[in-house]
Design a binder for this molecule. Structure first.
Ligand SMILES: C[S@@+](CC[C@H](N)C(=O)[O-])C[C@H]1O[C@@H](n2cnc3c(N)ncnc32)[C@H](O)[C@@H]1O
Length: 282
């Protein structure tokens, strides 16, 4: 059965979750950490497939973690609030309200209703993405069933941690698995500031070295390419990561422009048991 996916989020790894989790092999980690969770697509897929006993979900966007808190604690209350906002249909008022009080239900509505489910932020940190002019966003009944299903799947075995990824993974150990999906280099250094916060490459490299020092297995999505364009520099071979290439399917951007280009994403795999380097297609 397809796992629930309650938070519409550009960059969600829902379509790649099977390929990403296939790299775990027969090992069943004690806890799966997803410190750049967004819509937590990998956690939801791993829970559905019973790939780990417990889950730690974190993101530095506090109102997004507020959505996750409501999903676990009171999914029907969140569904009611979403339904009220959806039926009133006043995107501008919800966006202005969200920028004042950061209400999680307002953020859920904005994500479901904004162009490409892609949040965009001003320099001052205000949500400034426009509404999708052609679609009205996920209907309330469907949103309710996704929220309730995600709550049932993760409830009782998931810990939420709002904050920086390094704090979220500070207690991960050799029996755990960390899945990292940080903002790509292109969305940190370039003009396209997609997330409320980017991540400097040097900080990421230092965190990976620290995980290796503590013998914590990890998977990392970081760079990729579409057609002849590459996004981000591959990571240094000195880290000894296995780099695989996963096909993310046809890019909606390229399809819009009449080009049949497929997005290829890198997945870097590291475990203390199979430390070494190499490349594989996927
Ligand atoms: C590429 S998205 C993750 C998408 C996710 N894999 C999914 O399936 O939806 C990156 C996420 O990292 C978060 N983020 C950015 N910088 C962070 C940091 N320093 N620590 C924790 N989270 C961060 C952003 O808010 C965003 O939700």
């Amino acid at each position: 059965m397809a796992p629930p996916h309650p938070i519409p989020y550009q960059g969600s790894k829902r379509c790649l979750s099977g390929a990403i989790l296939a790299t775990v092999g027969g090992r069943r980690p004690r806890r799966l950490f997803e410190p750049f969770a967004g819509s937590a697509a990998i956690t939801l897929a791993a829970a559905e497939a019973r790939l780990a006993e417990r889950f730690v979900v974190g993101d530095s966007l506090a109102p997004l973690m507020g959505i996750w808190r409501e999903i676990l604690a009171a999914p029907d209350r969140l569904a009611d609030a979403y339904e009220r906002l959806w039926r009133a249909g006043d995107y501008g008022a919800v966006r202005a309200g969200y920028n004042r009080d950061c209400d999680p239900a307002a953020l859920l509505y904005l994500l479901a209703r904004c162009a490409k489910s892609a949040p965009r932020w001003s320099r001052a940190g205000a949500f400034n993405q426009s509404p999708d002019r052609r679609r009205t966003g996920r209907r309330p009944e469907r949103m309710r069933s996704e929220l309730v299903a995600a709550s049932a799947l993760l409830g009782g075995r998931t810990e939420l941690r709002a904050g920086d990824f390094e704090a979220t993974i500070a207690d991960a150990g050799p029996d755990d698995l960390v899945y990292l999906d940080p903002p790509w280099q292109g969305t940190t250094d370039g003009r396209d500031k997609r997330y409320h916060q980017g991540l400097a490459r040097a900080r990421l490299l230092a965190a990976l070295a620290e995980l290796q020092r503590r013998a914590v297995p990890f998977l990392l999505s970081y760079d990729g390419r579409r057609g002849v364009r590459s996004y981000g520099e591959p990571l240094p071979p000195s880290l000894g990561l296995l780099r695989m290439e996963l096909s993310g399917g046809r890019s909606s951007q390229a399809t819009l422009h009449g080009r049949a280009e497929v997005t290829i994403e890198s997945l870097y795999v590291w475990s203390p048991l199979s430390a070494g380097s190499g490349e594989r297609g996927g």
